[in-house]
Design a protein around this ligand. Structure first.
Ligand SMILES: O=C(O)C(=O)C[C@H](CCCc1ccccc1)C(=O)O
Ligand SMILES: [Zn+2]
Length: 333
């Protein structure tokens, strides 16, 4: 009896020196889900129909036939990490804070879906990896549109309304190769992360652990990303990373992970698990009325505004650190 046959094995997870707890998994009809969302805590929503048509139909073959013949946005990396960067920030002066030019860790290309799928199938160790990441609202085939309109919009719209989220800004489609990794970062949006094919491991940290995850300066192209390399953490540069405490979930087809706004997340497609397909639902956050005590993510937002203002007036990013140090050391410490 293979009742104990699990869809994945711990050997498919990369090894990190992290203190992790499991994210709760709740049936989509469970009212406790709303308590988690209200408290900005992650939860895996199971057995829902949120992206059911996609789970049933979006095989790689189906996507190849129906995704549409315009070029799709594909990131290319020489290793398994796909560290996002904001192109618009590459040329402002802070990216070479130490005077060194910013070298993008990945490059973005337009690829036809047939070529993407061919490269995924023929990939060999040592080859560059690729990761398709594109908005679903652009031109996609009619069948995909039909499946998309059959998502359980009543359910997600209901949560959006109940929790006073802002508007849905986008649904991104992600097609990853097994082993691809999106390093730890946060987004300024609420997120229903809907897993369609394959298994992804998600490691999350609350915004309160800002001091342990060392985000890049706000005007750096890697704004919102952690500077810590989880596979080789530099504890001298990032000593507080030792105290970090995360939450983990491996999501499979049909699972929807609620990633609260400003929560850090590291995502990896399981080793030897084949390609993965994900659709996310990004919503603007709700109205941020300053009610006290402030929420942790509101404090992160305040630090972002301070950094932006200081850079605006000081112009030279090399002056921001010294000014902040002179303000704080010996006075607020
Ligand atoms: O849904 C999310 O928020 C994720 O992080 C999903 C993640 C890919 C995100 C790539 C990216 C990172 C930053 C800005 C824009 C795009 C994955 O699943 O690998
Ligand atoms: Zn993200």
């Amino acid at each position: 009896m293979d009742g104990d046959k699990k869809p994945w094995d711990p050997s498919q997870l990369r090894k990190y020196d992290l203190n992790l707890e499991e994210i709760p998994r709740l049936h989509y009809k469970d009212p406790k889900i709303d308590e988690y969302i209200k408290e900005n805590k992650p939860v895996v929503i199971t057995e829902s129909n949120i992206v059911k048509p996609a789970v049933q139909r979006w095989s790689l073959e189906y996507l190849e036939r129906n995704l549409g013949h315009s070029g799709h946005t594909v990131f290319v990396s020489r290793n398994h990490k796909f560290k996002y960067y904001d192109e618009k920030k590459i040329y402002n002066r802070v990216s070479n804070t130490k005077g060194v030019e910013f070298t993008p860790p990945t490059r973005k290309v337009e690829m036809r879906i047939e070529d993407f799928m061919k490269r995924v199938k023929e990939w060999k160790k040592g080859d560059e990896r690729i990761y398709l990441q594109q908005s679903l609202t652009t031109t996609v085939g009619n069948n995909i549109v039909e499946d998309f309109v059959k998502f359980d919009w009543d359910y997600v719209n209901g949560k959006q309304t109940k929790h006073n989220w802002g508007p849905l800004t986008s649904n991104l489609l992600f097609i990853a190769m097994e082993g691809n990794q999106t390093p730890c970062h946060y987004d300024e949006q609420e997120n229903f992360f809907a897993q369609v094919q394959g298994y992804k491991r998600c490691i999350l940290f609350p915004p309160s652990q800002f001091e342990c995850l060392y985000p890049y300066p706000v005007h750096h192209p890697h704004d919102r990303q952690s500077m810590v390399d989880f596979e080789r953490p530099d504890y001298n540069k990032f000593p507080k990373f030792k105290n970090v405490k995360g939450w983990e979930a491996v999501v499979g087809p049909g699972d929807v992970l609620y990633i609260p706004i400003y929560w850090w997340h590291h995502i990896e497609s399981l080793l030897r698990g084949g390609p993965t397909v994900t659709v996310n639902f990004w919503y603007k956050g709700g109205p941020s009325t300053l009610e006290y005590p402030l929420k942790d993510h509101q404090k992160v937002s305040i630090t972002r505004n301070v950094e932006k203002m200081l850079l605006e007036v000081l112009q030279d990013p090399k002056e921001v650190g010294p000014l902040l140090r002179s303000m704080v050391l010996g006075r607020y410490t």
